[in-house]
Design a protein around this ligand. Structure first.
Ligand SMILES: *Cc1c(COP(=O)(O)O)cnc(C)c1O
Length: 356
């Protein structure tokens, strides 16, 4: 028997979440963002649930090629653009759309020999200060791109830093509109947070990622409670041992937890080598036998320990959910001081994953 730990990808949840993105942005086309191996879900496993999209956004040329092999003939967008002149051959071969965020990339396109024009998304830095041309330099970049023979359609693109946060997007929208004024072409601005919370930024194409996987852009479960989004990944395991300890006994490495009374401790086959965060503190929620209980003691490489007080019937073989359909990943993430994005992307290679 393999270890009882596994992850399940819920195809119906992915399809549901894509439909919800459409419901929120009914006039926009959708780039379903599947970078980082579909946020850890597996590109091939996520594809059937997301194939009703208009296009896929990702970063790696290898992932783009894989999508073509899976039979996807529609648009594929390289969200970060490309890095070497030889990348352009791959872009040409697989008919990819690419972000262009700097003069070096424009120069490579000017020198390239292409079999057909490549569509680009010219990226503006509207305040995130990561990638793109400033509003002041944007028009010149667009003029230059327009003059490149090998460039086909030019879409105008920017990315928000605070679409899920109090600062919001007004300052970036203002910068974007200033830089893009009078320039023709489709617009692509919105990540999941802007799809959900900033309809004024939907424009022609939206780029949802995290919402497709059923987690919150803000990392706060309550923020998506009324959206109908459903978790697309469940990480589940089993109890592989139970210890009944006396008051004063400590649990695990570093003796960080000491039992206040006699209690039962469940040992779960899941540790940080599986992608569960080692920093998750005492009190992090875990579901055992359908009951929400809590982590106690330090997470070790292959195991973690839970308080079985609320689930007296639990024993070896009892089902454990680390996150998923019954336990929002953001609840676990926020307890560990991070966001659902990081946990789903960090699922370790050794965890068997299957789609249902
Ligand atoms: C990752 C990414 C997205 C998706 O962001 P979410 O917050 O997951 O919706 C959209 N656009 C770009 C450029 C990205 O890199």
């Amino acid at each position: 028997m393999p270890r009882p730990l596994s992850a399940t990808i819920h195809t119906a949840a992915l399809a549901n979440n894509l439909a919800i993105a459409r419901k929120y942005a009914p006039k926009s086309k959708i780039w379903a963002v599947v970078k980082a191996n579909a946020y850890g879900h597996g590109l091939a496993r996520a594809f059937p649930g997301l194939r009703a999209t208009d296009g896929f956004g990702l970063l790696d040329l290898e992932e783009a090629a894989k999508l073509r092999e899976l039979g996807w003939a529609g648009p594929i967008l390289l969200l970060e653009g490309f890095f070497r002149p030889t990348d352009i051959d791959v872009i040409d071969r697989y008919s990819l759309t690419t972000a262009v965020h700097c003069d070096e990339q424009l120069r490579m396109l000017e020198m390239a020999r292409l079999s057909k024009p490549v569509n680009i998304q010219l990226k503006m830095n509207s305040g995130m200060n990561r990638l793109g041309y400033t509003p002041e330099k944007f028009r010149a970049a667009w003029e230059r791109a327009r003059a490149v023979q090998g460039i086909g359609q030019i879409t105008l693109m920017t990315h928000f830093s605070d679409a899920d946060a109090p600062r919001g997007i007004a300052h970036q929208l203002e910068a974007f509109e200033r830089g893009a004024e009078g320039i023709a072409g489709a617009r692509s601005l919105a990540n999941s947070a802007a799809v959900l919370w900033h309809p004024d930024a939907h424009c022609d194409w939206v780029r949802p990622g995290i919402m497709l996987y059923g987690a919150s852009p803000s990392g706060v479960t309550a923020d998506i409670a009324d959206t109908g989004l459903k978790p697309a990944m469940t990480l589940q395991s089993e109890l592989i041992a139970v210890q009944t300890v006396d008051a004063g006994s400590s649990i695990g490495y570093g003796s960080t937890y000491t039992a206040g009374t006699s209690m039962r401790i469940g040992v779960v086959a899941c540790g940080y080598a599986d992608g569960y965060p080692r920093v998750a503190p005492e009190g992090t929620p875990v579901i055992v036998d359908g009951v929400r209980t809590r982590l106690v003691g330090r997470v070790s490489m292959d195991m973690l320990t839970v308080d079985l007080t609320p689930c007296p019937g639990a024993g070896i073989g009892s089902r454990v959910e680390l996150w998923g359909g019954n336990l929002p990943i953001d609840d676990v993430a926020s307890s560990a001081g991070t966001i659902g994005y990081e946990l789903m992307c960090a699922i370790a290679l050794r965890v068997p994953v299957r789609a249902e």
